[in-house]
Ligand binder design. Structure first.
Ligand SMILES: [Zn+2]
Length: 305
């Protein structure tokens, strides 16, 4: 099997690389996501970017998987909704768009579209040796709150692929306005976006990177951590997973109170999940994780045929 391309399109940066048979990430490249979002036709611009990249690397890939911060339909091709990929006028891009087929046609290889958090989950499962775990639940708290569940090595897609959109369940009815348009979503209280809002409102003189260093014992941030814990408490209670993966940019911040997060997850979970013993695994910091995970995803799908 040759090399595959893994791509990780975030709200800010787009990362891409080839992943070889041994799991090495080669030709890792980072460009601003606006490379594909500001031209008004993200599909056309993504294909244009990929053509330039493949030419630069001088190697045709055998397949591609592209991670996106979005809900992806269970055809593994169609973006259902991507509230964090917008053009400069604020219009959402790629909604209800089959992104895989035009790229597959342009390059003559299979292409899969993956929710970004599943790329992280695939990467962590591979690198941390979790392949034999029956149920893995993951919470990645970055700009947005994402996560997922894998059972027996398979993603829990739910009907149409829409499971695990847990950044957008209502935590506080009539609460803060979320970027998705609803009020009171979890993500408006527990995410990098929410932390930035808290900084502006309560700690305007603190740099975002110093929030936990300076204010981790403040009741405002204590509540933030409890809100971050809540989805994992719920997932833990419902699924009683073998492993809880925790990661993301917020969790990786300096002096993030990880012990408080773990305590809050246990504290808010049902007795059964706590009694079963909760095995938390912290996702290691690595900026190419999404690219690597997308590559592993492509490899597994190719091998499956
Ligand atoms: Zn929302």
């Amino acid at each position: 099997m040759g090399k595959v391309i893994g791509m990780d399109i975030g709200g800010t940066n787009l990362r891409v690389g080839y992943v070889d048979e041994s799991g090495n990430v080669l030709y890792h490249k980072v460009v601003p996501s606006r490379t594909i979002t500001e031209g008004g036709d993200a599909v056309r611009d993504l294909i244009g970017f990929l053509k330039g990249y493949v030419e630069e690397c001088g190697e045709a890939p055998e397949a591609m998987a592209i991670g996106i911060p979005a809900v992806i339909c269970d055809d593994e091709k169609t973006v259902f909704q991507a509230p964090n990929l917008k053009d400069p006028s604020g219009k959402m891009l790629l909604d209800k768009t089959n992104l895989a087929d035009p790229i597959a046609e342009a390059f003559g290889v299979p292409v899969w579209i993956v929710r970004d958090t599943y790329c992280l989950l695939y990467a962590d499962r591979e690198r941390l040796g979790l392949q034999n775990e029956k149920i893995i639940a993951a919470g990645y708290i970055g700009t947005c709150y994402g996560g997922g569940v894998m059972i027996d090595g398979k993603i829990l897609f739910g009907k149409g692929g829409l499971a695990m959109d847990f950044g957008h369940f209502t935590l506080h009815p009539d609460g803060k306005l979320c970027r998705c348009g609803k009020k009171g979503c979890l993500e408006a209280y527990a995410s990098g976006i929410a932390l930035q809002d808290l900084r502006e409102e309560y700690f305007p003189d603190t740099e975002i990177g110093d929030m936990f260093t300076k204010h981790r014992d403040d009741p405002i941030l204590k509540q933030f951590v409890r809100d971050c814990a809540l989805p994992m408490s719920i997932l833990g209670t419902i699924l009683s997973p073998d492993v809880y993966l925790l990661g993301g940019g917020v969790v990786e911040m300096n002096d993030f109170p990880m012990e408080d997060l773990l305590e809050a997850i246990k504290d808010q979970a049902g007795h059964g999940a706590v009694d079963a013993g909760m095995r938390f695994v912290i996702s290691p910091k690595d900026s190419s994780k999404g690219v690597f995970g997308a590559g592993i995803y492509a490899r597994e799908h190719l091998a499956r045929g």
